[in-house]
Design a protein around this ligand. Sequence first.
Ligand SMILES: [Zn+2]
Length: 361
Amino acid sequence: MWTIQCARCQRVATYNPAQWRCACGGPWELPRPLPFHHQAIRPHRPGIWRYEELWPFQRDPITLGEGWTPLIPLSSFDPRLWVKLDYIMPTGSYKDRGTATGLSALHEMGAHHVMDDSSGNAGASLAAYAARAGLQATLFVPAHASPNKKAQMRGMGAHLVEVPGSRAQATATLWQALETEGIYASHVYNPFVLLGLAAAAWEIWEQLGRAPDAVITPLGHGMLFLGLFLGFEALQAAGYIDQPPRLYGVQAAACAPLAQAFATGLEAPAPVEEEETIAEGVRIVAPPRGREILQAARATGGAILAVQESEIRMAQDRLARQGLFVEPTGALAMTIWPQILRETDRIIVLMLTGSGLKSLG
Ligand SMILES: [Zn+2]
């Protein structure tokens, strides 16, 4: 039923929540291409669940109505620019797409106590969906995470473990805790998270009536980036589009392992120093799916780029002056469009991923 395969050694298996990654260390991924057919779309169902017939769920999913977010022109800068308002979600970030499908899958497999490591948005999202389903949630967060995000998680009943030090330290502490209790509801390793994220590509295709020429996303763990890749790949495999859009990921220069690997032609990201950035959501030194992200960027003719803090602030301000109030991480897609635009491009989609309400105070 829940068939998966290892992204590294290609081993095929049935998903077991206790084995959240392959014995070889590789992350599990979904069999590709994902199935897609337009006759399976159920437009009367809320959000991402219009695509539910394409997915292997047997029971009613855990949902707060996430997805089918607005896609609107950003015409005051360039008529070709469109923004996908993925910060308009039940918990204020695009993460809800993947939490809904990822946690629904684990729930079907019998999970009661779920745990994750997060700088904020994934944790807030898991807290909400666990509350909705009556599950216990324990979240390992770096102590430097935004107070607003921590308050959001606590408010929905999650147990927080604040870990001093780096973001990577929160992950290490969680892995240790998993040896004695809980199911890892990872927003990175759980492959069923990618279903809800792939739906973003299908929404864009339905909303535009075509595929865009390029899509730009913030890039930390790169799950939205991979989800979009899988979604457009499915559309192409099913014959609905000729080719996927060029996919661009944007990292903060303060922590840019994938941008560095892309620029130097590496197949996998090399370790980098974790430095401070206002784009806390993409402060990821060692993305587990880095190899697959680099492949996807190259396969689509896109790129992974890094930007300075001043550029992030400027992008956030420009979006706010358009009435689009996003957090610094959520503004990353707005930073690079002038340099990636080609003369033949007709539509570029910027993914706006996290609400500005998260970074107040
Ligand atoms: Zn493997």
